[in-house]
Design a binder for this molecule. Sequence first.
Ligand SMILES: [Zn+2]
Ligand SMILES: [Zn+2]
Length: 547
Amino acid sequence: MLIPLGGLGEVGKNMLVVEYGNDIVLIDAGLMFPEDELLGIDVVIPDITYLQENKDKLRAIIITHGHEDHIGALPYILKDFDVPVYGMKLAIAIIKSKFNEIPMTREPNFQLIKPKDVLKFGEMEFEIIQSTHSIPDSVAIFIKTPVGNVFHTGDFKLDQTPVDGKLLDINRIAQISEEGVMVMLSDSTNVEKAGFTQSEKVVGEAFNEQFRVAKGRIIIATFASNVHRIKQAIDAAIKFEKKVCIVGRSMENVTAIAQEIGYLTIPEGTLITLNEINNYPTEEMVIITTGSQGEPMAALSRMAKGDHRQIKIDSGDTVIISATPIPGNEKSVYKTIDFLFRLGAKVVYEKSSGTHVSGHASRDELKLILNLVKPEYFIPVHGEYRMLLKHGELAEELGVKKENIFVAENGNVIEFTKEKGCISGKVPAGRVLVDGLGVGDIGNIVLRDRRQLSQDGILIVVATLNRQATKLLAGPDIVSRGFVYVRESEDLMLEAKRFVQQNLEVSLENGVKDWATLKNNIRDSLGRFLYEKTKRRPMILPIIVEV
Ligand SMILES: [Zn+2]
Ligand SMILES: [Zn+2]
């Protein structure tokens, strides 16, 4: 039985339940960053009601690689479950550094795995297969169960010249195809892109080219987790005899981790700290930093806005944006690029520059894997709905029976027997919103309030009544925030105050004593009054005090 709890029809919070008999193994536990309409929400994690209801069956969590959309929910999940987490060296190191910042009641149980390892849980076997992706130590998983075999690609591309030399284990994939694969789940991210995704090596070559022509300082912004790329940037710096400064919290964190576990070796004297940058001529400097997605708080955005304390962008600088904007981030990325150009920098961001390649397989690679594995059933995963659909169509073109292709939704229970597979039900699988320390406490009502507050502000009306609720003793006083600039709207506020006063007195004369009704009257009538005057609909919060 397979139940995807995330990653279908959305980007992020990947999580797959693999269940047979009395055993459940979870593959990945990711988070998702909120869209703009989720005001104030920090992150979104999968709904794990199903796991909570089947707590005693959960044996392990296996992590395919260290990206946030695959590991980010672990801190929330391990609060509820005391299960071992299996992952490759880099993934575990990144996860551990996350846990350092979170107080836990018990020490999480982390287990290192390596390619070719086979983990046994009940009657299921999970074999770890080396893969290639935009972060080192990515793996695919081959699962043997009594009813049939499952192959899960994880996030992957077919990089023939990976920076760390660790190739996707195509031999093993050919062998498992011989053994027979009943179900394949495959990464759909780049199904809309024709051809093959270029090798990460291409980026190293492009860096060399940029370093060759750059006259002044070089600033490279990329994803902190892409250790391959950071290594290539540092290699170029060494080749051109430059000093490297790592800037930005997550970038510093990941490079430190990668050095610690031996995935990044930097010769002594190459790395300098932010405080030392003024000791070197600018043309000798390479800065590797975060902010390639235009994130407002990241180092590059602050440099672009002139807000960075130590680094001021200059007309001699070359800024390389080594990334493409993730859908939704385009606006802020291009804004950052514009700011940089205004400051006189040369900005390299075009696709044609070769300074970025994707970490996900394009159409021809997806075809190759489908043809190689020849699964009987196919479940496209990791993508928005149209990508899953296209990937399903691709599988059909390549000979998978239409009725054996499941373009599923999060929470769908996909059940297999030796004879057949079908979607047999649904378990809860929405999104759980995390805001600060609150997990799942914010729902539609709070979000609606936040939206209203963010659009037209709030007015608080305070009125004091006598105990019998027959007389207005003081007020009403009106306090507002985010509605109008009060100093320039004194007349309006005075009118509003008088309006509420009259309205209240009429209600009291008519013998209305019920506070809820009084409050509703204020809310409705003042709302209408303000809308007529301003065409705005602030939130109105009446408070009645009794003396
Ligand atoms: Zn992913
Ligand atoms: Zn990934």
